[in-house]
Design a protein around this ligand. Sequence first.
Ligand code: B12
Length: 255
Amino acid sequence: MRTAGGHRRIPRGEAIRYIREAHLPVDRPELLGLGAGTEVGADADVASESRALYEALHQGRRDEAIRIITSSFLGGRPLAWVFDELMRDALAEIGTLWEHGQEGIFIEHRAIDICISAVARLRGALPQPPADAPVAIGGAPANDPYLLPSQMVAAVLQDVGWQSINLGPDTPLDVLAGGANVHQAQLVWLSCSSDQAFARLKPRLGEFAESMAAHGRRLILGGRAGETRLSNDRIVRIDTMRELDAFARGVLAAR
Ligand code: B12
């Protein structure tokens, strides 16, 4: 784009998009807001990338963990892949530590804090969707404390070109419906990771789905909890960020 004075200006998100597509080396990634020392183009396989991330999270090496995540993205991996493969696998392993005592729980909480920072950076590095882009809004339902999955959904949808609004964990359906109304959202997501939260949500899901459909909003349900097959055809059940990416692109293209 051009500045008022006529100079060429490249939005940061566009620069990052170009670097990823062209697999360009980056000398000073900190200028892109992705953290110092980001190594681009490391051809590590999935298992060793995920292992390295697990180790960094386990040891609480914050900068290193963030660097592994942002490097993978800057090196050209799709955002949805970074979430579905790299981060999910490392966290699944972190999730086994609590069985071994208090220390495991502390490590897990610390790891989530680090991952939240990393996802926020990635989201900040994405191109801003145009002001007239359609809106998607969502969160985790009441009594569901899980922060990361919904944050990832928001980033994937932004990457696809939606304006995404993440209401975060423990969001009652009424609050979500109100937000969808205010923003005239066309897509609404629920990320449900807690079995207890899903058990409480389930009896109300049908009615909620009906009311979303009545306003022309698509409702997506994802997350570890909940059934993969739902009898309600007003609800789109999606299991991974990659499938979400494909679905959200499809909805955009059909507009
Ligand atoms: C961090 C964590 C917590 C933290 C959460 C912190 C926070 N504020 O976010 C806290 C401490 C709250 C917690 C609590 C508990 N936890 Co916990 N937790 C985890 C852990 C380690 C990581 C979760 C995470 O964020 N993963 C990263 C996300 C991105 O991965 P994901 O959830 O699989 O999501 C993917 C897909 O499902 C999908 N997706 C998710 N949402 C959506 C939404 C849409 C729209 C779409 C399209 C896709 C999608 O995409 C994601 C990327 O691929 C997991 C381990 C694991 N295997 O995940 C255990 C785990 C889930 N927890 C577990 C347990 C047992 C508990 C507790 C019962 C522990 C206890 N005794 O108190 C409580 C229950 C809390 C509750 N109310 O439900 C078990 C669940 C066992 C089961 N039910 O099968 C796990 C699997 C650990 C284990 N191996 O035992 N936990």
